[in-house]
Ligand binder design. Structure first.
Ligand SMILES: [Zn+2]
Length: 348
């Protein structure tokens, strides 16, 4: 840390990060990240760590910003591996910076918050998401960035859309970025944008826990960690949206491509036999969701996220799904495999 003011802001950012990390409507699992610029050093959340641990664990990594930005500008693939820009002397644990470090470096403001905000994602998967955001964000300096894989492709996409004074980015099929000169300013802006984008969730009947418990039996599947996760199997519109494909990257990374829905009268074993694979989660229409016994805490968080997102999507909207190629590039991506490994090791 260069100055006492920087140290104070970093402490404030850690407190805000922990609070953001505790809200399942803002971040899920190791998703989302926060940063502070101190001179030419960017302090950013480490890959695979959870924002909710920001006060109890050392999760911020220092990165040399100027060379990283140069790599983005030159379309140098080194920008896809931000660990190459870590300031080793200040990083005793050898943590890797977030794979989304370039998003933070590109924003000129000192404090950047990137969240997988449920209200934002539900809007940013709709084909009319940009127009709908425009209606709601009057008076805000914002930009809409089409979907790109996180890393260098997303950084290039942002660089093309950035204008002076833009402090809010809506990332299609992904999430939200807000930036300000202070932690307090960023927190206020996050709250404001969230409330402008908020839509009510459709309500559903309660899950049929008795039926799910019978279905789970000795199948190796279990109830999800959060009771909210069931809604995607209970609401026919949400189920239709989920079954049709993957809507955002962390879904693919933690749960696999799309969602598996049990057919009428099917058991867990029937569903697995039909699909020829044991999915991380199975949706039982009208009953709820079961998770594979070995599903990670991250998978549980993402299953709940799917329920929260789909319940807010306009049922009349046409949706943009990730393409087969976009699904594949996420699954086969080595930075993501690293993040997954940390997630599995770190658990909750
Ligand atoms: Zn993200």
């Amino acid at each position: 840390m260069a100055t006492q003011a920087d140290a104070q802001e970093l402490a404030a950012l850690r407190a805000l990060s922990a609070s953001i990390g505790r809200s399942p409507h803002l971040t899920q699992a190791a998703g989302g990240n926060t940063s502070l610029k101190a001179g030419d050093t960017l302090w950013i959340k480490a890959s695979g760590t959870w924002l909710k641990d920001a006060l109890t664990d050392d999760i911020m990594v220092p990165v040399a910003m100027a060379p990283l930005l140069r790599a983005v500008e030159q379309r140098d693939r080194a920008a896809d591996q931000p660990q190459g820009f870590t300031i080793a002397a200040l990083n005793p644990r050898g943590l890797r910076p977030s794979i989304e470090t370039t998003v933070h470096a590109l924003m000129p403001q000192r404090v950047v918050l990137h969240v997988h905000c449920v209200d934002t994602i539900s809007l940013a998967v709709q084909a009319d998401g940009e127009a709908e955001a425009a209606r709601r964000l009057d008076g805000i300096e914002w930009a809409y960035v089409p979907y790109f894989r996180p890393g260098l492709p997303l950084a290039r996409g942002i660089a093309e859309k950035l204008r002076p004074d833009v402090d809010v980015l809506i990332l299609a099929n992904h999430g939200l970025v807000v930036a300000a000169e202070t932690v307090a300013g960023a927190e206020l802006l996050l709250r404001r944008v969230r409330s402008l984008l908020a839509r009510p969730a459709r309500t559903t009947a309660p899950p049929d826990i008795a039926a799910l418990t019978t279905l789970a039996g000795d199948s190796g599947y279990r109830l999800p960690a959060d009771v909210e996760a069931h809604a995607v199997a209970l609401d026919p519109e949400s189920r239709r949206m989920a079954e049709a494909g993957s809507l955002y990257p962390d879904h693919v990374i933690f749960l696999g491509q799309g969602s598996a829905v049990a057919g009428s009268g099917e058991t867990v074993a029937d569903t697995i036999a039909r699909l020829d694979t044991a999915p991380a989660a199975i949706l039982f229409p009208g009953a709820g969701v079961l998770m594979r016994g070995d599903a990670s805490a991250g998978a549980d968080a993402m299953q709940r996220c799917l329920a929260d997102v789909t319940a807010r999507i306009d049922v009349a909207a046409r949706l943009n799904y990730l393409t087969a190629a976009e699904n594949d590039e996420l699954v086969n991506w080595d930075a993501e495999q690293y993040r997954q490994k940390l997630n599995a090791a770190g658990g909750a």
